[in-house]
Design a binder for this molecule. Structure first.
Ligand code: BEZ
Length: 238
């Protein structure tokens, strides 16, 4: 049989599309993604390999922040192309042996998908041959309560993720949805927000002449205040 030398087509889900569906075995039992998460935000993230240092630092950080994400109605699901027994042994080692920064005795309670066949990783464009043919890159997919992909971030193998940014993105997405605004560069809760959202109809000029209290830098660029407390009240659970 002739060898197929065509480059393999890599599928990459895109923003605004339904998160590709899959069933998988995890350290917390079987899951049906994204159906099991309807009604919650969920971050599906991949890491290159168990028992590696950058991934260990990230997993400990994800686990330490799980409650914080949960308060913002967001669940976590990890994935690598390792098997279940490797996952279990690695997570046990983290809990029993690793003390890193001020994190110790860290228990990972969110599901970690085993994906030895790479079926899920390939479906989500997590295998990027320029980085590695055999390991997933550090992908982060934000899926909203209706199962739509809202943000995708990719990091290379050598770069550990910034968790302030991962949380900031979650809050910004929810704030944009709840308040019908957009968020400017480097926005953090409490900073002014942009009205109307970029790309929507209705110009800021119309609003300039209306009742809303805004600061306008030009007809296409207006901001307004939005209190941090108001955002917290709208998106954080007690
Ligand atoms: C790490 O997590 O340390 C790592 C994993 C794969 C390649 C490079 C680094």
């Amino acid at each position: 049989m002739e060898e197929n030398l065509e480059p393999k087509v890599v599928s990459m889900p895109r923003l605004g599309e339904a998160a590709p569906e899959f069933r998988a075995e995890t350290t917390q039992g079987d899951i049906h993604f994204p159906n099991d998460y309807t009604g919650s935000w969920v971050i599906l993230f991949s890491h290159p390999a168990d028992f590696t240092p950058v991934c260990t630092s990230e997993f400990m950080t994800f686990a330490s922040l799980e409650d914080k994400f949960a308060k913002a109605n967001c669940k976590l699901v990890g994935l690598s192309v390792d098997g279940l027994y490797s996952h279990i042994a690695w997570l046990r080692t983290i809990k029993e042996k690793i003390e890193y920064r001020s994190m110790k005795d860290v228990e990972v309670n969110f599901p970690l998908i085993e994906d030895v066949s790479m079926a899920v990783a390939e479906k989500y464009g997590m295998i990027q041959p320029g980085e590695s043919n055999t390991k997933a890159v550090r992908a982060v997919f934000y899926v909203d309560p209706k199962g739509t992909i809202r943000t995708i971030i990719y990091y290379p193998l050598s770069l550990g993720r910034n968790f302030d940014e991962l949380y900031r993105v979650l809050v910004a997405l929810q704030t944009a949805d709840k308040f019908d605004i957009a968020t400017p560069a480097d926005w953090r809760p409490g900073d002014d927000v942009i009205v109307p959202p970029a790309g929507s109809c209705g110009s800021a000029k119309d609003r300039m002449e209306g009742k809303e209290e805004m600061t306008c830098y030009d007809w296409f660029f207006c901001t307004k205040k939005l209190d941090k407390e108001e955002i917290e009240k709208a998106i954080l659970k007690e």
